[in-house]
Design a binder for this molecule. Structure first.
Ligand code: CA
Ligand code: CA
Ligand code: CA
Length: 840
């Protein structure tokens, strides 16, 4: 009976999918689906933090690639990151009628609309409803927008009402200028543009307009047909901002209510389309003896092939199959199926590739030295390029001149700023609003793809570099650093280990903060939004001249030292004792590392460490209970660092008092600090730690059940490689101190993941590392050139709700996938050293 029922069930599904196959139906994950096409409706909503992240609204995942997003009522032709985004006031899914309705609201304009997306055959109908007429001030500005990914459309053809044209490779179209008074407000009233005194803003004109637009009829996987009774306009968002998309838009009519606008959007579905298998493996290669496991990501409609093989590329250029093995099914993980292919048996050094069905990978090597250089690009190139207040030269090329020569001004009180910065009701310093705080334009590192000095991140950098130095003593010297000349030359040894120079450079800025401000700033950052999104030479962000409000904007003083352009950077100085605490820890560690290299700096850092520790302790005891609770973890690491630097017993006592409680509370989170303490403790400490390490092994093992890659995959709004690197560092240290409990397999899994064994594609996440196929584009400060800064570790695969992992490699501009941060990349340096150490 059961068998008969099952057979009937299978038959029914087959028949049903045959009939309704190409139609877009809402699935149980609440998006419209047919084979090859997913239409998401506010599965991902606009968030306030950075406004338009090009990740939200109505989205199209077209044959595996998210090629359209931003489907929403927007207030400009080509919205930029800092333009207003709507909040989603409601989202109703009606499976019966195959529709999703969302309520959108612009609080600043008391403007509500409803967008209804209905699956109709092979298309979705997008309708806009207004219960009240459009506010007068938004007439001509509010419209329905849908944005298409330039890198997937440029060079392809389109038809507008039958007239052929082509998506431009680069932004070259027409613009007009309009008075600033007509500009719709941007984020918190800031402006993304410098109008050069004209009082006008730039607006792109449409490339084309009509009622029926067919995008990419020349490429079935990208072909989309849009029709409407309203006029459709095509814009190029790159005219205003390099990260802009192609925008299809219709203006909402004035004075109307009810259903005011309708589009029919039909993404072409290639019949029977099945995504190519993504064969994940280590692009860097493998040691002869190490475990070797490829993870193969398969379309859910793809059949599993029971075996795969390894081919060797011989010295005479011929190829030979040298190993054939079974594939093992892991199972489904989000939208794909996963199988594994173990080829650990292949151990002879050589050049190989994997063949699975008709798919061949690029080649990789098996050799005892494959991991020898995994950190060199990061330490020789990425880190020095991110040195602030220096000119950085490489061969014939200058990466950037000396930035921010004019220094930093005190941020005015009551500033609610962009990039999540703020200044409270007072300055908390002896400086007046906009007064120059002396001495801050020295040392420090650019935060990431932007150029501010995030104090917290810079503290992490110094700490990571000190850990690297103390644990692994890398004497590598490939960089010339002269603080006196404010000059860095890559690939020029100067007889001083680079890591020490990088520690010194980080300390110089942080110490300047402690000494000149009196405590740690929150950040040293841009005062105006129009230079925050700077791309290119950091030295040209500001004019390098002191701001003098007595001069007219853009006017320079007769002596050439000041200007009337208010572009000087600001120091945000609201005091946060927790930041001071973290700085105290870092200064203590740095003081040790700098001893013998720069004794004056070493002494000054220790002095500031002690002062900040004392003051922060007092401030926090005056603070709330919540403040104290939040600091439990930081306290332990601080005490350990202070004990290591001073040898004073009180710090050791504080550490031992806290660590066991913390491990009981959350052993996975605190195991790293506990392991780091081992060199400073006696044998009984290590024995007492043993049961926690066993518990940690259970956590490490549980990852194999969680996902096919066996590492903790983050699903936040910033992809999770940092968490995976931390997991790898802890696994390396656990293996170092407890090899009988934790073997080296976990560290290998982390390396595999970073160098190509992960979802979406199989490229190495570390720029230029992984000789055959590292990722090609990153969100570095050279992203406008669709390039990378060598050694950058990408954040990784970004999770888009409800089931899509993504890492664009033809579009660098999504920071959550492709940016490199100074704290994450220095964590990668620790992992790389710990990993190499474990192999020796
Ligand atoms: Ca920043
Ligand atoms: Ca050096
Ligand atoms: Ca200036």
């Amino acid at each position: 009976m059961r068998k008969a029922l099952l057979a009937f069930h299978v038959l029914w599904i087959t028949a049903c999918s045959h009939v309704s196959g190409p139609n877009l139906r809402l699935n149980e994950l609440e998006y419209f689906e047919t084979q090859g096409v997913n239409v998401l409706v506010y599965s991902n909503q606009f968030t306030g933090g950075f406004n338009d992240e090009k990740n939200s609204g109505i989205e199209l995942i077209h044959h595996g690639v998210r090629t359209a997003q931003g489907g929403a009522i927007r207030l400009s032709n080509t919205p930029e990151q800092w333009d207003l985004v709507p909040t989603t006031t409601s989202r109703k899914v009606n499976a019966e009628d195959n529709l999703i309705e969302v309520g959108l609201r612009y609080e600043d304009y008391d403007f509500d609309s409803r967008v209804v997306v209905t699956g109709k055959g092979k298309a979705v109908e997008i309708s806009v409803y207004l219960d009240k007429p459009l506010p007068h001030e938004l007439e001509g500005d509010a419209g329905l927008n849908l944005e298409f990914l330039p890198s997937q459309y440029w060079g392809k053809a389109y038809l507008m009402d039958g007239h052929p044209d082509r998506f431009p490779r680069y932004a070259v179209s027409n613009t007009v200028c309009r008075p600033n008074a007509e500009k719709v407000k941007q984020f918190k009233g800031y402006k993304t543009y410098d109008d050069r005194g004209t009082g006008q803003f730039v607006e792109p004109l449409p490339l084309s307009s009509g009622h029926t637009m067919i995008l990419a009829p020349d490429t079935p996987e990208r072909m989309v047909k849009i029709t409407s009774d309203s006029c459709l306009y095509l814009y190029d968002g790159r005219m205003l901002a390099q990260n802009g998309w192609f925008v299809v838009r219709s203006i909402l009519p004035a004075g109307k209510t009810g259903k005011v606008l309708t589009w029919t959007v039909e993404p072409n579905a290639v019949e029977g389309w099945i995504r190519k298998p993504n064969i994940g493996f280590s692009q860097v290669g493998y040691l002869p003896s190490q475990p070797k496991e490829a993870v193969i990501e398969l379309d859910k409609n793809d059949k599993v092939i029971p075996q795969a093989s390894i081919w060797q590329v011989k010295a005479d250029g011929t190829e030979a199959e040298v190993f054939k093995g079974k594939t093992a099914v892991w199972g489904p993980y989000y939208k794909y199926n996963y199988i594994k292919f173990d080829f650990s048996e292949v151990q002879e050094p050589g050049i190989y590739y994997i063949q699975y069905g008709n798919e061949k990978t690029n080649n990789f090597t098996i050799s005892p030295n494959v991991y020898d250089h995994i950190t060199d690009a990061t330490t020789d190139v990425w880190i020095p390029i991110h040195m602030n207040h220096m000119t950085v030269n490489e061969g014939y090329r200058v990466w950037h001149g000396e930035p921010f020569k004019e220094g930093y001004l005190q941020a005015p009180p009551h500033t609610d700023h962009f990039d999540m910065h703020w200044q409270g009701a007072t300055t908390d310093t002896r400086y007046k609003a906009l007064e120059l705080i002396p001495g801050l334009n020295v040392g420090g590192y650019f935060d990431a793809g932007d150029f501010d000095i995030e104090t917290g991140a810079n503290i992490n950098v110094v700490q990571n570099l000190v850990r690297t130095w103390e644990l692994f003593k890398p004497l590598r010297d490939e960089t010339f650093v002269s603080e006196q000349q404010r000059y860095v030359d890559l690939h020029r040894p100067d007889s001083i280990p680079d890591i020490i120079q990088y520690i010194e450079h980080g300390v110089l800025n942080l110490l300047a903060q402690a000494e000149n401000i009196g405590h740690m700033s929150q950040t040293l950052s841009n005062s105006v939004l129009d230079n925050y999104h700077h791309l290119g030479d950091a030295a040209s962000i500001t004019d390098g001249l002191h701001y003098d409000p007595r001069l007219a904007p853009y006017e320079k003083s007769a002596d050439g030292n000041s200007s009337g352009t208010p572009d000087d950077m600001w120091a945000f100085t609201s005091r946060n004792p927790r930041m001071d605490f973290r700085a105290a820890t870092m200064f203590a560690a740095a003081s040790r590392a700098l001893k013998g290299y720069n004794d004056d700096l070493s002494e000054r850092t220790l002095k500031q460490s002690k002062r900040l520790l004392k003051e922060a302790t007092e401030l926090m005891s005056e603070g709330s209970q919540k403040d104290k609770r939040q600091n439990v973890g930081g306290d332990m690491a601080t005490n350990l660092q202070l004990y290591a630097s001073t040898g004073e017993k009180q710090y050791l006592d504080n550490f031992t008092q806290g660590i066991w409680m913390a491990l009981e509370h959350n052993s996975n989170r605190n195991i790293m600090t506990a392991l780091e303490a081992i060199p400073y403790m006696d044998a009984s400490y290590k024995e007492k730690l043993r049961p926690y390490v066993k518990k940690y092994k259970e956590y490490l093992d549980s990852q194999d059940q969680e996902n096919p890659y066996g590492v903790p995959i983050g699903r936040g709004n910033w992809a999770g490689n940092r968490g995976i690197v931390d997991f790898g560092i802890s696994a390396c240290f656990a293996n170092k101190y407890f090899p009988d409990i934790i073997d080296n397999s976990y560290a290998f899994k982390v390396a595999n993941w970073l160098y190509g064994c992960h979802p979406y594609h199989n490229y190495s996440f570390v720029a230029t590392v992984g000789a055959t196929r590292p990722k090609a584009v990153f969100y570095g400060n050279n992203r406008a050139d669709f390039s990378f800064i060598p050694g950058n570790m990408a954040p990784g695969v970004l999770f888009r709700h409800p089931d899509h992992f993504e890492n664009y490699d033809d579009w660098p501009f999504l920071w959550g996938q492709n940016e490199g941060t100074i704290a994450d990349n220095t964590s990668y340096v620790i992992f790389g050293h710990a990993f190499k150490d474990l192999l020796h």
